[in-house]
Design a protein around this ligand. Structure first.
Ligand code: 26Y
Length: 814
């Protein structure tokens, strides 16, 4: 039996001091803050290990069906508080540290969050593994242990500058490295056929390889004693590789080769919509899925397992196309290594994979050139060709020689260069394909993959995204969590539909007063954080109007900028009196992909507008623009609970789901939003009276495109819009320099792919409705409470239940 320290203050103190001595080699009085933090994290870890080892054993013994979640990203956020909460150690640890003269808040502040993801997709994976553990689903998460996560963003002269995120430098107490269990992952080389006792078989003769070293993270369930595993792979050079070169006497070349191998897990790609087709990215993808599949087969199955029974044991969930190279790898293992018949192997493969799509933007769909794939993974390319041949044969049988249809459905695209469409491969291989919100799943079937929907009836389904209530309500908003627990009892944390019980409290003036007090307190906390972090002074009594998400043209931060400039211009032109304006602080958080020039210009513009607005006495006390750099999970946990208004303003049909929208609603912010992604479902649930809807619907967007969209006409016809754009063009936000933001202005007037100008008037009217509504604070509070009460659906526990019912069919392990 593995020992667990007693869950008492004394037990915690003893373990903590022991870890300081034995793990860090220091005493309490000589310990640095980092020593203390690491010893604290190690102590919390010590409380989890016994349960974890027990669960690993139970999952294996049960030989039940489990989920392997394959994701290139996990945007975990800080671990300390989450793990204290899961183990009910928060109060004990606080008191224990205090008795050692340590303020636990100082420890919290030291943790560098593992930013191993870009945005929504990576954070979704983190929410899902939290729910999987909390719901006792047999499962494991697989991914990449990037040495550098998403870049650290700073602003220099208002422009984004990226800095490396060296999150590992002070140590990483939450992981267990197992270099002794490393696996060899191969690349390159060629393929050949050989005679195997009368049977002709294919095999891959690779050209080079690297080692995949597993790093295990514990993923505790909430108050259920369960601990799941997240296994992230790190690339290191193989000895053999080094030796060959060492023997040739070329030391420098040997070191270079090592660097090349270790580059594979060096850095998270910061692009999140336009795939660059970079070789290193494909190396990353193959590296982690090959290691994960091997790991599953070697460690989760009993020796001699009958591989034809694999569909009863595992479902590999593909988080977007990033891990889709797992499909030909799985086939290669079954056919080349296990000598299974092709048809039998394909039958199994089609039951063992399912694919989640997270986008609708055509430019975001990953393709790999045949040239690159054939060079890096020659056997996989052959397998993909064979899958495609068999698939197109079936299409021909069904539809005859409809060459147009066949070209459209082929996994291999011919133009602009011959390449593999990973979304098509995933669709053909997957038992199920799902979108991430109702509207998105519908558009996926009707617009992106209609031929496949026709060909595979019943394959397409929807699972609306969700967020974990543990991190985004219980931990991030302890004031609100306490209020809810007082009203409803504690069960809501694992059964979020119970929030319905708050509906009646919306009518209770005393409850409303307490809610308003919590919101005000959260604003003070945020204000203190922004002062300490960025030197900002948030004005008192302002409405907090928040837009936090990756910077993308389709998300339309630019529309928000136009609203701010309009509000500002109306006052300085004298058309509106400052004293009649509701005080607002506009808060932004957004990183732009380093190569995305337009996104970076928009960041520059937001900062430039802020600089002018924040320093113009004519709008003082009315308008404020705050753009703290380096928005991440840690900052989200502060910003979201303080928000009054949630900006979800993407062009209809472009945002697959959004998950920030759910976090805000659950924290009692009202949404101003378009009919897009999960906004649609939020509005249905909270009701029109409690949601500020604006903008075109997706069919209206389509119609305007077909008619021919001329943004300049909207500019001509709307005085407010004209004044706002003219002000930007005049150099008012660039010290008179008219060139700086000219590309933004001309893009809006003559291109405007995401129809900012078409939705501007409707947006401004909706914002005027927001102002009017905010004037009645009590009614606003009532609407905020109703938002919380009616959004229990958006728990990631419910998403996981949907995955189990519709896709995985993996009963919880009770
Ligand atoms: C291929 C590479 C460039 C790439 C890397 C990351 C492509 C996409 C991504 C990330 C995409 C992403 O975060 N998508 C978001 O997924 C969320 C979770 O489903 C959705 O809520 C959100 O609407 C969608 O934009």
């Amino acid at each position: 039996p593995v020992p667990t320290p007693p869950s008492t203050v004394d037990g915690f103190v003893k373990q903590f001091l022991e870890n300081l001595n034995l793990e860090r080699g220091v005493t309490l009085s000589t310990a640095s803050p980092n020593d203390r933090y690491i010893a604290l994290a190690t102590t919390v870890r010590d409380f989890l290990v016994a349960r974890w080892l027990e669960d690993i054993r139970r999952q294996k013994d049960a030989q039940a069906k489990g989920v392997c979640y394959l994701s290139a990203e996990y945007l975990l956020g800080r671990q300390l508080d989450n793990n204290l909460l899961a183990t009910r150690l928060t109060d004990i640890a606080t008191e224990a540290l205090a008795s050692c003269g340590i303020d636990i808040d100082d420890m919290r502040a030291l943790e560098v969050e593992p930013g191993l993801g870009n945005g929504g997709l990576g954070r979704l994976a983190a929410c899902f593994i939290d729910s999987l553990a909390t719901m006792s689903v047999p499962s494991i998460g697989y991914g990449i242990r990037y040495e550098y996560g998403i870049f650290r963003q700073t602003f220099v002269g208002g422009q984004q500058v990226e800095q490396p995120d060296a999150w590992l430098t002070l140590g990483s107490p939450w992981e267990f490295a197992h270099p002794e269990s490393a696996q060899t992952i191969s690349f390159g080389g060629h393929t050949e056929t050989y005679d195997d006792g009368g049977v002709t078989r294919s095999r891959w003769v690779p050209g080079w390889n690297v080692q995949a070293v597993p790093y295990n993270y514990m993923v505790p369930g909430y108050h259920n004693g369960r601990v799941n595993t997240l296994r992230l792979w790190r690339a290191v050079a193989t000895d053999a590789f080094d030796l060959r070169i060492f023997n040739s006497g070329d030391y420098e070349e040997a070191v270079r080769a090592q660097t090349y191998a270790e580059n594979i897990s060096k850095v998270l790609y910061p692009e999140d919509s336009t795939p660059q087709g970079k070789e290193l990215r494909l190396q990353q993808q193959y590296f982690f899925v090959a290691a994960s599949i091997r790991d599953f087969l070697d460690h989760m199955l009993t020796p001699g397992f009958d591989l034809s029974k694999l569909p009863d044991r595992v479902i590999f969930q593909l988080n977007d196309t990033h891990p889709v190279i797992a499909v030909p790898e799985f086939m290669r293992v079954l056919v080349d290594e296990e000598h299974m018949e092709w048809d039998a192997a394909w039958e199994i493969t089609q039951q063992c994979f399912a694919y989640t799509c997270h986008t609708l933007l055509p430019e975001a769909l990953e393709v790999w050139s045949v040239e690159l794939l054939g060079r890096l993974l020659p056997r996989h390319l052959e397998i993909i060709y064979r899958i495609n041949d068999a698939f197109l044969e079936e299409v021909r049988e069904r539809f005859g020689d409809d060459e147009m249809r066949i070209r459209n459905m082929s996994i291999i695209a011919e133009f602009p260069e011959r390449s593999v469409r990973m979304a098509y491969l995933a669709t053909v291989a997957g038992a199920k394909v799902n979108g991430v919100a109702e509207l998105h799943s519908q558009l996926l079937r009707e617009k992106v993959l209609p031929d496949f929907d026709e060909f595979y009836p019943g394959k397409f389904t929807n699972v609306t995204n969700g967020v974990t209530p543990r991190r985004f309500l219980r931990l991030a908003n302890p004031g609100l969590a306490g209020l809810i627990t007082d009203a409803l009892g504690a069960g809501w944390t694992v059964d979020l539909e119970r929030l319905r019980g708050l509906e009646s409290f919306a009518e209770d003036p005393e409850f409303r007063a307490r809610f308003a007090e919590v919101k005000a307190a959260n604003k003070r906390v945020l204000s203190d954080v922004l002062r300490a972090r960025d030197g900002f002074e948030v004005s008192d009594g302002h409405m907090l109007d928040v837009m936090v998400k990756r910077l993308h043209e389709y998300k339309r931060q630019m529309l928000k900028v136009l609203h701010i400039v309009t509000s500002y211009e109306r006052i300085v032109s004298g058309r509106v009196k400052a004293e009649d304006v509701q005080g607002r602080a506009f808060i932004f958080g957004a990183k732009a992909a380093p190569g995305y020039a337009m996104a970076k210009r928009i960041i520059h513009l937001i900062n430039a507008v802020g600089e002018v607005v924040n320093n113009d006495p004519r709008v003082e006390g009315r308008l404020q623009v705050l753009f703290p750099p380096n928005y991440n999970v840690t900052l989200a946990e502060r910003v979201i609970p303080a928000a009054d208004l949630s900006e979800q303003i993407s062009l209809a049909g472009k945002e697959a789901s959004g998950t920030g929208n759910m976090k805000f609603a659950l924290n009692g912010a009202l949404t101003i939003g378009t009919d897009d992604g999960a906004n649609v479902e939020i509005r249905e649930l909270v009701g029109d009276d409690n949601f500020f809807l604006f903008g075109m619907t997706e069919p209206e967007v389509e119609e305007l495109w077909t008619r021919g969209y001329k943004p300049a006409e909207f500019y001509q016809q709307d005085e407010d819009l004209r004044r706002a754009i003219d002000l930007i063009a005049s150099g008012a936000f660039s010290n008179g320099d008219r060139t700086v933001f000219e590309p933004i202005v001309s893009n809006l007037l003559y291109d405007d792919r995401f129809m900012v100008l078409a939705d501007y008037a409707s947006y401004i009217r909706a914002q005027d409705r927001v102002d009017a509504a905010y004037a009645d604070q009590d009614a606003w509070t009532k609407a905020a409470i109703l938002n919380i009460a009616r959004c229990g659906f958006f728990s990631s526990d419910r998403s996981i239940r949907d995955y189990i019912d519709r896709i995985w069919h993996t009963p919880p392990m009770l």
